[in-house]
Design a protein around this ligand. Structure first.
Ligand SMILES: CC(C)(COP(=O)(O)OP(=O)(O)OC[C@H]1O[C@@H](n2cnc3c(N)ncnc32)[C@H](O)[C@@H]1OP(=O)(O)O)[C@@H](O)C(=O)NCCC(=O)NCCS
Length: 154
């Protein structure tokens, strides 16, 4: 499958709202809940399209298949947090690995000062995916409700 990332645009607001509230996306999200349109609109303009975020729509064979973004830590600019998801029908065919490598390359190009990217996930499948893609799993604290992993990018 041909995989391409395109920078997020204003016109993607409804698409991402639709993706974000699908059951198959919610069940792997950190919050595990739906978001309202108002909440989404605020997040879209204040986070997704802000200078602290590099956000993309993932296309598989020319069709929107998911979303990937890296948010820069507002205190430690050399750190970024990556989040990504694919619609279920595009999983387990290598799309995620290709999208991740393209995303990391774009982030390195746009933010050459970035040293590492970390992820948080509640999904053990996703954790295995990141482990296979050069992320190192950090220990899950007793009080933590998610796993963490980190990848050096400098
Ligand atoms: C995590 C996620 C993005 C991974 O994407 P993906 O496209 O499923 O990942 P890949 O297909 O690249 O790799 C997963 C499996 O497919 C296999 N695979 C890789 N290339 C393949 C190909 N060309 N054909 C068939 N299978 C392939 C991999 O070996 C891997 O299998 P394994 O772990 O059993 O060895 C996706 O599962 C997802 O959207 N999950 C829900 C959201 C989520 O949990 N996000 C993480 C929080 S940030």
């Amino acid at each position: 499958m041909k995989v391409k990332l395109r920078r997020l645009q204003n016109g993607d607001k409804s698409l991402l709202y639709h993706f974000r509230n699908l059951k198959e996306i919610i069940e792997n999200s950190l919050s595990q809940r739906k978001v309202s349109w108002n909440e989404h609109q605020r997040w879209f303009s204040q986070v997704a399209l802000s200078g602290y975020c590099l956000a993309f729509v993932i296309f598989a064979d020319g069709v929107p298949a998911g979303h990937l973004r890296v948010e820069q830590d507002r205190k430690y600019f050399i750190l970024g947090e990556l989040s990504m998801y694919l619609l279920r029908k595009y999983r387990n065919e290598g799309v995620g690995s290709l999208a991740l490598e393209q995303g990391v390359d774009m982030v390195k190009w746009e933010w050459p000062f970035l040293k590492s990217i970390h992820i948080r996930t509640v999904s053990s499948t996703a954790l295995r995916f990141f482990e296979k893609n050069k992320f190192e799993v950090s220990r899950r604290g007793a009080k933590e409700e998610c796993w963490r992993a980190i990848r050096q990018v400098d």
